[in-house]
Design a protein around this ligand. Sequence first.
Ligand SMILES: CC(C)(COP(=O)(O)OP(=O)(O)OC[C@H]1O[C@@H](n2cnc3c(N)ncnc32)[C@H](O)[C@@H]1OP(=O)(O)O)[C@@H](O)C(=O)NCCC(=O)NCCS
Length: 140
Amino acid sequence: MGEQIREMVLADYDAVVALWKSTPGVDIRPVTDGKEGIERLLARNPGLSVVAVNDRELVGCALASHDGRRGFLQHVVVAPASRGQGLARAMIDRCIERLREHHLGWVHLDVVVDNEAAMAFWEKAGWHRVDTLTRLSRAL
Ligand SMILES: CC(C)(COP(=O)(O)OP(=O)(O)OC[C@H]1O[C@@H](n2cnc3c(N)ncnc32)[C@H](O)[C@@H]1OP(=O)(O)O)[C@@H](O)C(=O)NCCC(=O)NCCS
């Protein structure tokens, strides 16, 4: 595998957004996924988010963060041509390793309900659905 996993830095932003935009099902939020929003995320969570790069381009990313109690993974994406090589697993393993250093109880992520391929991926990787909770949200 010629790809390398490394910490995401703000200079990766344009390539990361291009990857999100080219991936069906990735919901790009105007505030939190804008450049300033990602800058805040990276500043508040140093060393947690990662990208996968080869010698030509950025081919994967995973945003990781925590609030002091729970960890979160978001926008885990690998470019189609680079899938099936263990890149997502390698990015997630690294995120989890770093999240563990923060003494958190759990790490959570959201999967859009009809994204069956993503559910199959997460369940194969040992994640489980939480049937006892319903997520409630409101805009700020
Ligand atoms: C889901 C995604 C990130 C997987 O990336 P990837 O780099 O191909 O995954 P990996 O190669 O690391 O796969 C790790 C394992 O999961 C398995 N796997 C990968 N995709 C799978 C799928 N859709 N269904 C079932 N298993 C899957 C692999 O076979 C591999 O198993 P193994 O370790 O036994 O060989 C990628 O398909 C993607 O970007 N999808 C679109 C974006 C998306 O839906 N992201 C999730 C948002 S919640």
